[in-house]
Design a protein around this ligand. Structure first.
Ligand code: PGA
Length: 249
């Protein structure tokens, strides 16, 4: 089965209205990309970005959602609100949220339920710390995070899983191709063991210092179906090069 790959940009807490021009540029430069292209800007930019790029090939997503649809939760945003603003995807359980907001696997799992109920695709993030890698427990950590963070009944239509070694995020330090291959193979096996045939085409993204100059090498690794890109997704030229490398992979 061929999986249509996904280049996902995570803008984190970066971007003002003027930066929407970068995504318009990206959409113009890649009108018919050979992979799916997604930008997850801060919540303030979801609606104007979705409007600005209209029916282009670039999709827009959120970076987190609350587990319930509405209510007394000051400062939170629900999956239904993201959808209403024009988002089709939401990143869940990013390591920065797990650290900054003490999000647990169980919390991520109920958010993924809420996202599915609102028709959003969840990009569920997992990844080990440097201490865990050095202790030799990486595969145990990532499979247990997947087990705890993914709701039952996941399919490719509602779920993407992103492997982001925490020590590789924003550090310029990329995992080796062998390390990526080993983890992605374990992720695929765990998905198939839990979800059966439905898991065969769930996309597995690598994230952590993906740039134009290492993208081609990373995309050649088996079971890498795309990338979750932080810093290099902010500028159309940088992210466009990654989109092109993924489309050619
Ligand atoms: P980075 O971030 O590409 O800047 O390392 C990746 C991420 O956190 O999703």
């Amino acid at each position: 089965m061929t999986i249509r790959k996904l280049a996902a940009g995570n803008w984190k807490m970066n971007g003002l209205t003027a930066d929407i021009a970068e995504v318009e540029k990206l959409a113009r430069a890649h009108p018919t990309p050979s992979c799916d292209v997604l930008i997850c800007p801060p919540a303030t930019l979801i609606a104007p970005m979705a409007q600005a790029i209209g029916t282009s090939a670039v999709a827009v997503g959120g970076q987190d959602c609350h587990a319930t649809d509405a209510g007394a939760h000051t400062g939170d945003i629900s999956a239904a609100m993201l959808r209403d603003a024009g988002a089709s995807h939401v990143i869940l359980g990013h390591s920065e949220r797990r650290t900054d907001h003490e999000e647990t696997d169980a919390a991520v799992r109920i958010k993924a339920h809420a996202a599915r109920a609102s028709g959003l695709v969840s990009i569920v993030c997992i990844g080990e710390t440097l201490a865990q890698r050095e202790a030799g427990v990486t595969l145990d950590v990532v499979t247990s995070q997947m087990d705890g963070s993914l709701p039952d009944g996941c399919t490719a239509a509602d779920t993407v899983v992103a492997y982001e070694p925490i020590w590789a995020i924003g550090t310029g330090k990329v995992a080796t191709m062998d390390q990526i291959a080993e983890v992605h193979a374990a992720m695929r096996a765990a998905l198939e063991a839990r979800f059966g045939a439905a898991a065969a085409d769930i996309r597995l993204l690598y994230g952590g210092s993906v740039k134009a100059d290492n993208a081609e090498q990373i995309f050649a690794v088996p079971d890498v179906d795309g990338a979750l890109v932080g810093g290099a997704s902010l500028k159309a030229a940088d992210f466009g090069a990654i989109v092109a490398a993924l489309g050619a992979a």
